[in-house]
Design a protein around this ligand. Structure first.
Ligand code: PGA
Ligand code: ZN
Length: 409
């Protein structure tokens, strides 16, 4: 049932116009699916290896295609194990994490189609280790929550050409009704847009479709967003978040501490990602100790969806939340292992896109399938971003339980 009858990769453009990889898998059952792989710009140094796209495509079409020919993979774990062994390196630098992930995700989608279940349900089966069964657990299992949205409104750092030091100013609608959450984000995004247009005449954009104005200081984005929410009567409907991406910020750690404390007081910051640079487990730990009771301190570049890095963060008590990005590690199975470990540790799980995205909505199914606490997918209305939010809305409220043509995308 899971013999791969056809495998092919090609290049497509990502949201920045850079080339990335898209993979088609057809199983012997006739199920056929496509998946593509996003690309980060502010990448963690410990991430799995992102191979140059043309080379990754060549690796799928030659090395991987010839190696898997005629093999029957019992399940997702078997395919992913095979890819890891074929690569043979610790960071997938031979085949490329992008090549491996493209194959892994397309296989997952084709397998779901083969079994006649939506992708999120196939993924849930991997979490509950029921992947050999025809169905994963069902939607009524209340231990799986619906993710809250972390929506990027204003940005700076490596994702923009403006003067803001920090990468992402996020709003997190308080409701777990994703349709309502998305609409809240849309209204605030639109109000910020209008404000910036009237102030500057035109609006600059950052990589994730969010705004990239030059502002007076690093606090002003919060002020603008707060005012935009107030004007729409939505002040009490949102929490604030920040992805500092501090590996790329040139402020001293004591300045960072003071600024975070100040912002926490003024804006009731719920979520703070990568507040210090990626090797600074100690300062993460101090911050967690100080404000972790009512703030999610999340690792992204710190942990890179990697069990060893997560273990270090656990030992040092550095975080209580973690970003999960499949392409930081390179297979779906390893991504699920990272989610399971985070859940065991009681950390908040936030499934995330990358700054260079495609129209693939896989991470929406991933977030819903694993019962993540959050889905972070950029600005509400940008190409490559809204498709993910909308897929999640469809999964939660769609008439067909998310089993739509989008399953094959
Ligand atoms: P990246 O940034 O995709 O450019 O690495 C996203 C993030 O830091 O969360
Ligand atoms: Zn980040």
């Amino acid at each position: 049932m899971s013999r791969i009858a056809f495998l092919n990769a090609r290049t497509i453009a990502d949201s920045r116009g850079d080339l990335t990889i898209e993979v088609i898998v057809e199983l012997e059952s006739g199920a056929r699916a496509i998946a593509s792989v996003p690309q980060g710009k502010s990448r963690g140094r410990a991430e799995a290896f992102l191979l140059e796209t043309a080379k990754a495509v060549e690796n799928v079409n030659q090395l991987i295609a010839s190696a898997i020919q005629g093999k029957d993979f019992k399940n997702q774990q078997a395919l992913d194990k095979f890819l890891i062994a074929l690569d043979g390196t610790s960071n997938k630098s031979k085949l490329g994490a992008n090549a491996c992930l493209g194959v892994s995700l397309a296989f997952a989608r084709a397998s779901a189609i083969s079994r006649g279940i939506p992708l999120w349900q196939y993924i849930r089966g991997l979490v509950t280790d029921k992947s050999n069964m025809t169905n994963g657990s069902d939607r009524t299992d209340r231990t799986y929550k619906t993710p809250r949205l972390l929506v990027n409104i204003i940005g700076g750092g490596l994702h923009a050409k403006n003067n803001l030091d920090f990468q992402e100013y996020l709003i997190i609608p308080k409701t777990s009704n994703v349709k309502e959450a998305f609409e809240t984000a849309e209204v605030i995004y639109e109000n910020v847009n209008n404000h910036l247009k009237s102030k500057f005449g035109s609006v600059l954009f950052a990589d994730e479709g969010n705004f990239a104005p030059n502002l007076a200081d690093n606090e002003e984005p919060f002020l603008i967003i707060k005012e935009a929410a107030r004007a729409a009567n939505l002040s009490d409907k949102i929490d604030f978040g920040l992805d500092a991406a501090a590996s790329n910020v040139r402020m001293k750690s004591n300045e960072l501490f003071n600024w975070y404390y100040d912002m926490k007081k003024k804006y009731n910051l719920l979520y703070l990602e990568d507040p210090f640079s990626e090797e600074d487990f100690e300062n993460f730990s101090e911050l967690l100790d100080k404000i972790g009771d009512n703030t999610i301190i999340a690792g992204d570049d710190l942990t890179v969806t990697n069990l060893q890095r997560m273990e270090r963060a656990r030992e040092q008590k550095s975080i209580n939340g973690v970003i999960i990005k499949p392409n930081q590690i390179g297979t779906l199975t390893e991504t699920i292992e990272a989610v399971k470990k985070a859940k065991e540790l009681g950390w908040a799980v936030i499934v995330s896109h990358r700054s260079g995205e495609t129209n693939d909505s896989f991470i929406a199914d991933l977030a819903y399938g694993v019962g993540a606490d959050g889905l972070k997918a950029g600005a509400p209305l940008a190409p490559g971003r809204s498709v993910k939010y909308k897929r999640l809305i469809n999964l939660v409220s769609g008439p067909k339980n998310g089993f739509t043509e989008n399953n094959e995308q």
